[in-house]
Ligand binder design. Structure first.
Ligand code: AGP
Length: 613
């Protein structure tokens, strides 16, 4: 959940690390710190609050040097405070550590170290790591070996970077389990380390990603990697295609607003290379799927968290309707505990923006153990979920910085649709005309999304009217039921207004008791097979004095006579309607949160990638 940035080279490490941390602030933002080595001494600046507080601190008390490490934190052990902020020094001040993850046995280690006379200065689990390294260094006289020994003592999942005043020509980075990534950016005479690509991609696009159980010694002009057992590993150098400019806010007020508008581009990009425009066929080379395997698939288990799980729910309908393959959707945090009946002819398909969500990775591991084929739909290039899968569809959405996911929701909807068409085609279920129709529908989507986005000013006016509500009910049916869940999630996570998504038909079984003139009922009542049923829900809510806000299809003449407010969307082929119908709900949540003056990109208590279970 936290962000790590480190540098070694000829330049001043401080501004490079601070600028990198700013790009990772979405990962955690309750405290931040930096440690820089200069003239044989480690200088540390750290404080509670966001990076701008750290920046001010460094301006008041400058530090500089050619090697340093930095961290932005999402608190797990110990409140957000100066003393709990990373980096953490060892007792003698010669070793300093930044860390992602949780030391599950930290109480035992703390007791052990305290009994040996170590005085702890923070409440964090991370401090035990710094003390252990110091202890092993006293024996080994080698930082790399000391870190290796320390890792052998830690339970849990970890990503960390270590610096020592006694070995000023190197940084040690390591990854154990799934506590976020560790990317090494290879420059010319300089190296960068980060938990996430956006922090360092402006400096180099050549990167190596550590696998679990790997430790690297990084010097300014070369690096080497070993596994925990001390065996040398030859890592694969990857070139990151991202444009650093796309990780900037541009003229938008917030990343979230920018990312909402980027959906037109993101959705077009996700089609590139996958749609054969001459033959109206889908090809998904990244899946590495042969015809025989495609024919043998019996069931697909989709697993994901939060917004990605909502995309999975739409995916179930797409895969079942188009490819006629049974699909079960299991929230990733429940996957292992549900002990699902997964067999060798089944697929476990994980969906994840970050590709580092601990619950999702654990579900993938469980799928692997049960012998399933592993697929993933992932945005972050080089992430664990991308690397661990047998086949992957890369979202092509580009970096998503806003904590509330938007373009990384609609992109996988397109991917799931393409997957359904592809599987149906390979399994011989589609006539030529049906296939052409399905692919043509897909190609219409970016411009339909653009039309929906043009209505932002109208939606903003509705948001202004409803900004002071205490709660909201979102209703949807069929393929738009998950859109009700997603609309409610968007509102609650950035505006802190309680919102519930419900299958529309369930309203009469309970939630209708909530409906009064204070409670807005947001209905997705676009022209599809469930339209008449949705109209009945609108009538039922109105009969109880509810205020109805409808997402409706342009040209619908009935809905204006019933609903209080309308968010118009263009007519869209129904299987793809969630991609378009969610747009006004994203905009609505965004404008309510901005009208309330809230921190849209970094809402309280949340982090962009949740690397703890
Ligand atoms: C989305 O707005 C949320 N912040 C959250 O639900 C998110 O979708 C979830 O944590 C999964 O993240 P992932 O896609 O990176 O795995």
């Amino acid at each position: 959940m936290c962000g790590i940035v480190a540098y070694i080279g000829e330049r001043d490490a401080t501004p490079i690390i601070i600028e990198g941390l700013k790009k990772l602030e979405y990962r955690g933002y309750d405290s931040a710190g930096i440690a820089v080595l200069s003239d044989g001494l480690i200088g540390v600046r750290r404080d509670a609050g966001k990076i701008r507080r750290l920046e001010a601190l460094v301006a008041e008390q400058p530090i500089s040097g050619n090697i340093g490490i930095g961290h932005t934190r999402w608190a797990t052990h110990g409140a957000p405070s100066q003393q709990n902020a990373h980096p953490h020094l060892s007792a003698n001040g010669r070793v300093v550590v930044v860390h992602n993850g949780i030391v599950e046995n930290y109480l035992t280690l703390r007791e052990e170290l305290s009994a040996e006379g170590v005085e702890f200065r923070s409440e964090t689990d991370t401090e035990t790591i710094a003390h252990l390294i110091e202890k092993f260094y006293a024996v080994e006289k080698d930082l790399f070996r000391a870190v290796q020994k320390t890792l052998q003592r830690l339970k849990g999942a970890h990503g960390l970077v270590v610096m020592s005043a006694d070995e000023p020509d190197r940084l040690i980075a390591a990854r154990l389990g799934n506590a976020g990534g560790v990317a090494i950016g290879v420059g010319e005479g300089e190296m960068f380390i980060a938990s996430d690509v956006p922090a360092i991609v402006e400096h180099t696009r050549n990167m190596v990603f550590l696998e679990s159980g790997q430790i690297a010694i990084i010097r300014k002009d070369h690096f080497q990697v070993e596994n925990l057992a001390g065996k040398a590993v030859t890592p694969k150098l990857q070139t990151i295609p991202w444009d650093p400019v796309s990780a900037e806010k541009g003229n938008y007020r917030h990343f979230m607003q920018k990312e909402i508008h980027e959906q037109v581009r993101a959705l077009s990009d996700t089609l590139i290379g996958r749609v054969d425009f001459d033959n109206y066929r889908i090809k998904l080379d990244g899946l590495n799927l042969d015809e025989q395997t495609a024919m043998s698939i019996q069931k697909i288990f989709i697993t994901a968290c939060g917004t990605a799980a909502h995309a999975g729910m739409v995916g179930k309908i797409l895969l079942e309707r188009i490819a006629r393959i049974p699909v079960e959707v299991l929230v990733a945090s429940e996957f292992r505990y549900a002990d699902p009946i997964v067999g060798e002819n089944d697929v476990v398909l994980a969906i994840s923006q970050s590709g580092e969500t601990a619950d999702t990775l654990a579900a993938m591991e469980e799928g692997r153990k049960k012998g399933a084929l592993l697929w993933s739909i992932v945005n972050a290039i080089g992430s664990q979920a991308m690397r661990q899968a047998d086949g992957c569809i890369s979202m092509q959405a580009g970096p998503e910085i806003g904590v509330a996911s938007t373009k990384a929701f609609t992109a996988p909807l397109m991917d799931l649709y393409m997957l359904a068409v592809y599987l149906a085609d390979v399994r011989g279920l589609l006539s030529r005309s049906r296939r052409i129709e399905l692919v043509k529908d897909l190609l219409k989507i970016p411009s339909l999304v653009e039309k929906a986005l043009e209505r932002e000013p109208e939606v903003a006016l509705i948001a202004e009217k409803f900004k002071d509500v205490k709660g909201a009910l979102y209703l949807g049916r069929g393929i738009n039921m998950p859109i009700a869940y997603e609309g409610a999630l968007k509102l609650k996570e950035i505006s802190y207004i309680h919102a519930e998504g419900y299958p529309a038909g369930e309203m009469k079984h309970g939630p209708i008791a909530l409906v009064d003139k204070e409670l807005p009922v947001v209905v997705i009542a676009t022209k599809d097979d469930w339209y008449d049923k949705m109209i009945s829900q609108v009538e039922q809510a109105k009969a109880r004095g509810g205020k109805v806000i409808a997402v409706a299809t342009e040209g619908d003449e009935l809905i204006p006579t019933l609903a209080d407010e309308i968010m118009w969307v263009p007519k869209t082929p129904w299987l793809l309607s969630p991609v378009v119908d969610v747009i006004p709900l994203q905009i609505f949540a965004y404008h309510i949160a901005t009208a309330l003056g809230l921190d849209v990109d970094q809402p309280r208590n949340l982090a962009k990638s949740v690397t703890v279970e």
